[in-house]
Ligand binder design. Structure first.
Ligand SMILES: [Cu+2]
Length: 164
C-alpha cells in the first residue's frame, strides 16, 4: 500500500511539473470578457510590478476601466506606454482606459499595463494576485493575476520620474 502511495505521489509531482500553464482565466462582467490576467515575478526588493490582461467589449456601448485596487500594492495605476520620437515614454491614464464596443483591448508589455506600486510583497512565480477592477458600466470585477517567471517579457521602462 505504501508503495502505491509513493508511486502515486511521484506521478502527481511529475504531472504537476509537466502540466501546461493553467487554463486561461475568463471573467465575464456585463458585456465585458476579461481573459489571461497575468503578471511577472519581481526581482528581490522591487517595489513595482506590472499587470496584464485582455478586455473584450461584446456590447454596443463603450465602457471604461476607471480604477484598480488590490491588497498587494499601495497603489495601482493604469498606464500607457508608447514610442515618442524614438523614446519610450509612459503616462498614467487619469481618465481610465476606454474599451470601445466590439473592440478588444490588450494590456501587455510595451503598451497599456497596470502598474502595481509600493508592492507589499515581492511577486513570485505561481502566485495568484487578487485584484478588483472597476469599470464605469460593468462595475467591479474581481480576478487574479497569474504570476509568470522573471524572464517573461516585461515593460522595461523607468518610473523614477513618476513619484507624486
Ligand atoms: Cu507603468
Amino acid at each position: 500500500m505504501k508503495n502505491i502511495f509513493r508511486t502515486f505521489a511521484c506521478a502527481s509531482a511529475l504531472l504537476a511539473l509537466l502540466a501546461a500553464p493553467a487554463p486561461a482565466q475568463e471573467v465575464k462582467a456585463g458585456d465585458l470578457v476579461i481573459t489571461q490576467p497575468w503578471s511577472r515575478a519581481t526581482p528581490g526588493g522591487a517595489k513595482i510590478g506590472g499587470g496584464f490582461l485582455t478586455i473584450e467589449n461584446k456590447g454596443a456601448a463603450p465602457d471604461r476601466l476607471v480604477s484598480v485596487a488590490g491588497d498587494i500594492a499601495g497603489r495601482i495605476e493604469i498606464h500607457e506606454m508608447a514610442m515618442n520620437n524614438g523614446v519610450m515614454t509612459m503616462r498614467p491614464l487619469d481618465k481610465g482606459l476606454a474599451i470601445e464596443p466590439g473592440k478588444t483591448v490588450k494590456l501587455a508589455p510595451g503598451g497599456y499595463h497596470l502598474m502595481l506600486m509600493d508592492l507589499k510583497n515581492p511577486l513570485k512565480q505561481g502566485d495568484k494576485v487578487p485584484l478588483t477592477l472597476e469599470f464605469e458600466k460593468a462595475g467591479k470585477v474581481a480576478l487574479s493575476l497569474d504570476v509568470q517567471g522573471v524572464g517573461a517579457p516585461a515593460p522595461a521602462h523607468d518610473h523614477s520620474g513618476m513619484k507624486k
